[in-house]
Write a protein that binds this ligand. Structure first.
Ligand code: 4AZ
Length: 246
């Protein structure tokens, strides 16, 4: 989700002015096969528009970001797995329940995680689950971030699944840019970032779900890292949501 709607509009104007002198940056990833990332899913509304990314953590449960899902009711959402191309059929399931953590704060974005229960199990070719990371992300670790979101800050979504590597930075470094809560960590790489439409998607470390794309100011701006929900911090909520709703 955006840093702040008001600031966003104000700075969008600045960005447009700056675009004249070539400021706009690409997000800097590349196309990646779904076969190598069978846990990544996209979530779309009834009009077929990309709403968020997500990760399959159980055949019937997807982890995403609360900030991204909040405007929707369960019956407005469909999850697609097993497709590299957003426009392909893949395998699709309706969402039948949205489970928010009691701790989610829509102002600070503390605890930005949500669990979606699917109407039926999501299984098939190039579809699989990912395990949750239960320990913190070391500073300097390279995370693989996946999604079908914008290819540049004010650009279009990607039809092909994209992947990009970003390095985790220290909380102190990130506090230079933002206010952060204990469930957040930051990551960045030159010219590389998650962007709108990637929210809720996976940040992967050692084949485990380590982060959830949460927010940031713009995309791939040098002094504005991407902010992720720490899966280690919210794993107890995810596990309980699954066991309470199975
Ligand atoms: C979003 O709107 C979003 N550059 C996610 C991540 C970032 C920006 C926006 C970080 O879902």
């Amino acid at each position: 989700m955006s840093y702040n709607n008001f600031l966003h509009v104000a700075l969008l104007v600045l960005t447009c002015l700056e675009a004249v002198r070539g400021q706009a940056r690409i997000v800097g990833g590349g196309t990646t096969p779904i076969a190598q990332n069978p846990f990544v899913v996209n979530i779309r509304d009834n009009g077929g528009k990309l709403v968020c990314g997500g990760s399959l953590v159980d055949p019937r449960f997807v982890v995403s970001a609360a900030s991204c899902i909040k405007p929707y009711k369960a019956n407005q959402l469909t999850v697609q797995g097993g497709a590299q191309m957003f426009s392909n059929p893949g395998v699709r399931r309706k969402v039948d329940r949205i489970i928010y953590p009691a701790n989610y704060d829509n102002v600070t974005l503390d605890y930005d995680v949500v669990v979606l229960r699917l109407g039926n199990e999501l299984t098939g070719t190039n579809i699989g689950t990912i395990n949750l990371r239960t320990t913190g992300v070391p500073v300097g670790a390279n995370l693989k971030v996946l999604g079908w979101g914008r290819l540049s800050e004010n650009g279009e979504n990607s039809n092909a699944l994209q992947s990009v590597l970003v390095a985790a930075i220290s909380k102190n470094d990130c506090l230079q840019s933002y206010e952060l809560t204990p469930t957040m960590f930051c990551a960045k790489a030159p010219g590389a970032d998650a962007c709108e439409g990637d929210g809720g998607g996976p940040a992967v470390l050692n084949n485990e779900l380590a982060g959830i794309v949460s927010w940031g100011f713009g995309c791939a701006r040098p002094n504005y890292p991407g902010v992720y929900t720490s899966v280690a911090k919210v794993a107890p909520f995810i596990n309980q949501a699954i066991s309470n709703n199975s």
